[in-house]
Design a protein around this ligand. Structure first.
Ligand SMILES: Nc1ncnc2c1ncn2[C@@H]1O[C@H](COP(=O)(O)OP(=O)(O)O)[C@@H](O)[C@H]1O
Ligand SMILES: [Mg+2]
Length: 446
């Protein structure tokens, strides 16, 4: 199933007419930000911190989907998204810090980003010539860095997770007014090592416009599909136009299945960049760069040769001007809602059937600018499911931030089912058994 979420119609603007403030677990849900095929994205305030700085985003499964005929499968997909999102800790991926259930429905909570999706930036700024190529390449190179991290995630036992995003699209790339570019929405991502996320009754895939031919043919889904999607986004940055123009989904799928990938470039386009992008959008995955790291390296060296070096400061200035009104309105709406809430909200959340399945500190670790040494993570023993937001993790050393080839991932308790490794060491158990056996033999033969 492919999807073009309805939220693209009313993108990241806050509309007070759709306001709803209601308690939800440890949060007050304030306003709906977006609604897609599977989830609803809300701005929410922690019940004990009703300030604009403390706002978070809560993603829930859509009520109609949760009650529909394929509820079970969607619930599993949503949990797989929550579980994966909790594992991701990277400067270019939105940060998720809590996952759980409220009255039986799953949710996860993330940092609230103030800014615009790349999709929105393109539609607002391009026609004014205010989205320079270097800035777009910077945004996409950072996205690629986030993807590289996800592709090379290892679980706590050192096994590769085999994560593929599968919905790399301008709608899922977020450029904050201040701060780093963030990749969103691992909703249809696949972690091949995670059995629960491995297919299932609903074959959800990313949107058709950025789909790779092998995905369109449903042959396979591996990281090279994300490379193709990143390549299409880069091609759109170069040409300033949509890759498939006004083609219908059916027409695009047909072209993809027949390996017909247009070449939209012409002589005015930067030849070095075109070369990089052409390689990424080869129909045959074997002909593309085999890891997204290779694409990233090429993009970084291209950016390094540019006089701007891909500095985003000018774009931030443009965004401040172009979105001043929208941003002001959003902040005022939220401030009003928070004020109203402060006057009426109870001093503690009403008892509800609320289970926190996994939690991390709400604040992001400080991501170092350079590549850090390997990060080791150990569980503090505070396990999920206690109903307590106390951190279940303690990070040792800097958080993984960049492109070391392999990343240990935070050993977050997966939302469901909870599978905890025994902390009783196996050799010790063996010795204890031997001693008991010897004692038994001794007593029997005394
Ligand atoms: N953490 C966030 N902060 C701000 N806006 C967000 C955040 N997460 C999502 N959004 C907005 O909500 C939209 C939908 O979120 P997404 O996770 O992509 O859900 P869907 O599965 O419906 O596509 C995004 O395109 C973005 O505009
Ligand atoms: Mg999305």
């Amino acid at each position: 199933m492919t999807r073009e979420p309805s939220h693209t119609l009313f993108p990241n603007s806050l509309d007070a007419s759709r306001t709803r403030a209601k308690p939800f677990g440890n949060f007050h849900v304030l306003i709906k930000l977006a609604e897609g095929a599977m989830g609803v994205v809300w701005v929410a305030a922690p019940w004990d911190r009703l300030t604009p700085e403390s706002l978070v985003v809560v993603k829930t499964l859509r009520a109609d989907v949760a009650a529909g005929p394929e509820a079970e499968a969607f619930r599993d997909m949503f949990l797989a998204e929550a579980r994966l999102a909790m594992r991701l800790e990277h400067r270019h991926i939105v940060r998720t810090f809590e996952a759980g259930f409220v009255s039986g429905s799953g949710y996860f909570a993330m940092e609230y980003l103030r800014g615009q999706t790349l999709h929105r930036l393109r539609s607002k700024l391009r026609k004014h010539g205010s989205l320079p190529l270097d800035a777009e390449v910077r945004i996409l190179a950072d996205t690629v860095a986030g993807l590289h991290y996800a592709h090379t995630l290892w679980d706590a036992d050192g096994a590769p997770l085999g994560v593929v995003h599968r919905d790399v699209a301008a709608q899922n790339i977020f450029v904050p007014y201040a701060g780093e570019t963030k990749l969103l929405d691992f909703g249809v991502a696949r972690a091949s090592a995670t059995a629960e996320a491995h297919g299932g009754p609903i074959a959800l895939a990313g949107r058709v416009r950025y789909m790779a031919p092998e995905q369109a043919r449903r042959e396979r889904s591996d990281p090279r599909g994300d490379i193709f999607a990143a390549g299409l986004l880069l091609a759109e940055a170069i040409t300033g136009d949509r890759f498939w123009k006004d083609g219908s989904d059916d027409a695009i799928l047909e072209a993809l299945r027949e390996n017909r990938i247009p070449d939209p470039f012409h002589a005015d386009h930067d030849p070095a960049l075109v070369k990089i992008v052409r390689a990424a959008i080869q129909a045959d995955p074997d002909a593309r760069p085999q890891t997204i790291h290779a694409l990233r390296t090429d993009l970084e060296s291209w950016l390094n040769r540019r006089p701007t070096r891909g500095d985003l400061a000018p774009l931030r200035g443009t965004m401040a001007t172009f979105f001043a009104e929208e941003r002001g309105k959003a902040e005022r709406t939220l401030a009003t809602l928070l004020e109203e809430l402060a006057g009426t909200a109870p001093s503690a959340p009403a008892p509800s059937e609320h289970r926190i399945l996994a939690a991390k500190p709400r604040e992001a670790p400080v991501y170092p600018a350079s590549v850090p040494p390997a990060t080791s993570v150990r569980s503090t023993g505070e396990q999920a499911g206690t109903g307590d937001a106390a951190p279940a993790l303690e990070l040792e050393g800097p958080a993984p931030s960049d492109d070391s080839a392999k990343h240990a991932t935070p050993a977050v308790a997966p939302p469901e089912p909870l599978k905890q490794k025994s902390t009783f060491p196996v050799p010790l158990a063996a010795v204890a058994l031997l001693v008991l056996a010897a004692l038994g033999w001794f007593l029997a033969h005394r």
